[in-house]
Design a protein around this ligand. Sequence first.
Ligand SMILES: *[C@@H]1O[C@H](CO)[C@@H](O)[C@H](O)[C@H]1NC(C)=O
Ligand SMILES: *[C@@H]1O[C@H](CO)[C@@H](O)[C@H](O)[C@H]1NC(C)=O
Ligand SMILES: *[C@@H]1O[C@H](CO)[C@@H](O)[C@H](O)[C@H]1NC(C)=O
Ligand SMILES: [Zn+2]
Length: 522
Amino acid sequence: MTESGQKFKIFKFLKIVASSFLIAALLLFTIASIRTLSLDVNVGLQLARWEKTNNLSLVIDHHQREELLANFKEAIRIRTVSFSEKKSNTTALLQFDSLLRKVFPTVFSSSLVHHELVANYSHLFWVQGSQHDLVPYLLLAHIDVVPASEADGWEAPPFSAQEIDGFIYGRGTIDDKSPVMGILQALEYLLKKGYAPRRGFYIGLGHDEEVSGFKGALNIVRIMKQRGVQLSFVLDEGLAVLDGVISGLQGPAALIGISEKGSATVKLSVSMVPGHSSMPPRETTIGILAAAVKRLEDNPMPRLFGHGPERETFEHLAQKFGLPMKFIMSNLWLFAPLLGRILERKPDTNAFVRTTTAVTMFNAGVKVNIIPSLAEAYVNLRIHSAQSLKEVLDLIQSTVGDQRVKMELVDGFDPLPVSSADEKSFGFQIIKKTVLDMFPTVTVAPGICIGNTDSRHFKDLTNDIYRFAPIWFKPGDAQRFHGINERISKKNYEELVVFYFSLIQNCDIQKLPEPHSSVHEL
Ligand SMILES: *[C@@H]1O[C@H](CO)[C@@H](O)[C@H](O)[C@H]1NC(C)=O
Ligand SMILES: *[C@@H]1O[C@H](CO)[C@@H](O)[C@H](O)[C@H]1NC(C)=O
Ligand SMILES: *[C@@H]1O[C@H](CO)[C@@H](O)[C@H](O)[C@H]1NC(C)=O
Ligand SMILES: [Zn+2]
């Protein structure tokens, strides 16, 4: 074979490689474009014919407005603070109980409603349905709040429920007294209008959600299990309507939480015989532990973007982005790794990409001239849906890679199962329809909760847990949650009442309509 012949052959080979690469790229682009076009997910059900069950409408008049806002403000003024798992304000919790009985007399006297106290301060309501074959659902909320101090710089005292520019300020206005009061206010109005549900439902109000719900929610679950209850779905707090929060997204998005990250708290410790600082060993407990902690920070958990429900969020929202984001988000099968690298740059979006590692406590030493015998650190991890608690613990162990560092799991649980969000998903579609009827310009998409709620205790009673309330979040509002100046607009609180008023009636349909088919022929 001649030299020139060989050169030619190489050239030809390169040409073939190049052209097949081009063809492949073109093919990818075409598939990607078709996906971009056809992924206008879930419009099918919006066009379908729904059985009409929302016969009652709620037009809030002046008197009702005054009344529902006064009730809500009273709820905010009661300091139902959970200080720790062992310490809550029981006086306030009892006061809250009295408030509910006073302002929702019809709920507490209706023959359709069975009310019981659980663990002394939590509430469980059963609203009986006329049609027993319809599987009941549960609306969940909690009456306790995290502490708040005026000294932190609130514009209005945190338990004042003071009004400023159309907003009611106070701890619990978002988390979670607006759903608590909104749900019961809606039920009060429904019952007053003579409503009797077809589909029975429960309302659960926990009193210790902020400190894990081991008394309230867990006992509600225990009672329901004893009674053999199975639930169609659970709706709890969690995500919200995000308005201008996601950059690049056109219009607001209602994100319905379909899962929660798992969690782990790990204690790392190093111990050795104490010594005098005048004759120090080459490495101290502090040095060894600090190095271990540094290795954990230097080696974050693997990037898993696209392997959990965050993928569905992006696919649902893709249509509301301009190019090139629309193209990239519709084609996560190709671009997930790239997007993962972009998202991991900021702490708030990094949380969607991986299991996060946060070193939260580090204690060692008692005296300036003593080598401490013990150094301890606590690491708090939030586990991505595509990983298990066990995998995370194994990874920590191998990253620390030092036998002298003792590792202990303080508490932890796996990520929650992922609830359905397709066209056959009863709870998801009912919530979505209720949102769209009220706010037609909103895009509804499944989302993932970074934090945890009481609803996680209900995973044996249902396959589908949703975490959402139609609370409008604008840029900066997320910081109010557990922070200062927590507030809700009066208008938004009214919307919550209307939302639950409609949602309860919407649940009375026998079954979901068949999806409208034409959109899916692409
Ligand atoms: C709603 O009204 C329609 C028509 O009047 C009636 O057939 C249906 O049973 C009502 N639904 C409920 C849940 O009350
Ligand atoms: C507990 O609640 C009572 C009754 O609402 C209130 O008077 C008291 O100040 C609260 N205590 C704390 C520590 O918040
Ligand atoms: C409820 O209150 C009673 C009486 O104060 C107490 O003995 C009991 O332990 C409480 N139950 C729970 C679950 O807190
Ligand atoms: Zn909450």
